[in-house]
Design a protein. Structure first.
Length: 406
């Protein structure tokens, strides 16, 4: 009897050991992640928080994050594309997507995106920002746009009540707000920031970069020239300013209005200002704004399935709004989030999201966008400095852009 009991105990022990072997935890997968979102402690901490929470919920996944200054990040991306050693996940500027896709660095996630029940909820211009030549190459997790941001107290002092809604109204308001120690309107006008200021005007006038020299492009340049040189409500040295410079002057009270994005929100709040944001004024062809932000892309030769799971979790998890909103300055970019109070991380967020429906993205200009941007900025600079007449400057830029987009 005792012998049979010992045999039974031994058998049970062996069975338990066998079962223990069968339930070993799955092998951990390591994903590489690159971004340039360390530009502020708040943004850097937001990304770390998101990745920590994902890894806590998914202990079989380890994410190695590399965050670099923007210029170093761009150089590292170029090297990775050339070598074929691309990270599993990278947060890239929307304008970089066509070039990376054409370089063969990115996974084509079209089928995954089409099957994803969240995919069709992105606002049309937002969804378009991840498409190149009809194929989807990323997930639009951080979307921004520009708006007209203004000081309420300066408006009150100038006898103004509501923000302008037309070009003529903008020029009139800017003139009324200009004083000896304050500019009426500011914006970034150095290099690509000048392109970001010009493109919405071009679209609002009914034009596009492929039609430079037409009435719309001449009207857009005349509008800018009027603000800077005729009215002098925008300072001439704006040509040396980045968007960050314009935001700083707005926060310091040296500009009454500025065309800028949600990155201005923390600075204005920290300055204790009474301010508001409104969609950009309409041109002759109506409303149009600039879509900006980052697209999260997946390396073609990496852990595509696991990386896709990370990106969809980031988009879907309701607790992530805190990091994307207040931390990264992202705007709600889907039909189910654009009016969601959880995404109203600042009272002035609706002033920016109001322009998302009519915003356009620059991925339409393809892999040559950086060169197109330089041609546009050069054109506008030559007009604003008086170096070239508008018809001459547009003809020069048209020839260069036709060559680039051929």
């Amino acid at each position: 009897m005792r012998g049979r009991a010992l045999l039974l105990a031994a058998a049970l022990f062996a069975a338990g050991a066998c079962n223990a072997e069968q339930i070993d935890p799955p092998e951990q997968v390591t994903l590489t992640w690159w971004d340039y979102l360390n530009h502020s402690p708040m943004a850097d901490q937001a990304v770390d928080s998101l990745l920590t929470r994902y890894q806590t919920e998914h202990p079989d996944v380890r994410i190695e994050r590399t965050s670099l200054p923007r210029a170093e990040f761009q150089a590292k991306l170029a090297e990775a594309t050339a070598s074929g050693v691309f990270p599993d996940i990278a947060a890239v500027d929307t304008t970089d997507l066509p070039r990376l896709a054409e370089g063969g660095a990115l996974a084509d996630v079209t089928d995954r995106f089409d099957r994803w029940d969240v995919g069709d909820r992105f606002l049309p211009p937002v969804r378009d920002s991840v498409v190149h030549e009809g194929r989807v190459h990323g997930v639009p997790l951080r979307t921004t746009t520009t708006a007209l941001v203004y000081h309420r107290d300066h408006f009150t002092a100038a006898g103004l009540t509501d923000p302008p809604t037309t070009w003529a109204g903008l020029r009139a308001a800017a003139k009324a707000l200009t004083t000896a120690d304050r500019s009426g309107l500011c914006f970034g006008a150095k290099d690509d920031d000048l392109t970001a200021t010009l493109l919405p005007l071009l679209w609002q006038a009914g034009g596009d970069v492929t039609d430079l020299g037409d009435e719309a492009s001449l009207d857009a340049l005349a509008h800018l020239d009027g603000l800077v040189n005729a009215d002098r409500s925008t300072p001439a040295d704006v040509l040396g300013w980045t968007d960050a410079d314009a935001r700083q002057r707005l926060a310091e009270g040296r500009c009454a209005m500025a065309v800028t994005g949600p990155a201005a929100i923390p600075e204005l709040n920290q300055a204790g200002l009474d301010w508001a944001a409104a969609p950009l004024p309409d041109g002759a062809a109506g409303a149009a704004g600039l879509l900006g932000g980052e697209t999260w892309v997946i390396g073609r030769h990496g852990e595509v399935d696991r990386a896709w799971d990370v990106l969809t979790w980031l988009a879907e998890h309701p607790d992530n709004t805190t990091e994307f909103g207040g931390g990264l300055g992202a705007l709600p970019n889907r039909t189910d989030t654009v009016d969601d109070l959880a995404w109203r991380w600042d009272p002035n967020v609706p002033g920016f999201t109001g322009g998302l429906g009519s915003a356009r993205n620059r991925t339409a200009y393809g892999a040559k966008y950086p060169e197109v941007s330089r041609a546009l900025a050069t054109m506008a600079t030559r007009v604003l400095t008086g170096e070239r007449r508008p018809d001459q400057a547009t003809a020069d830029a048209r020839a260069e852009i036709d060559r680039l987009l051929r």
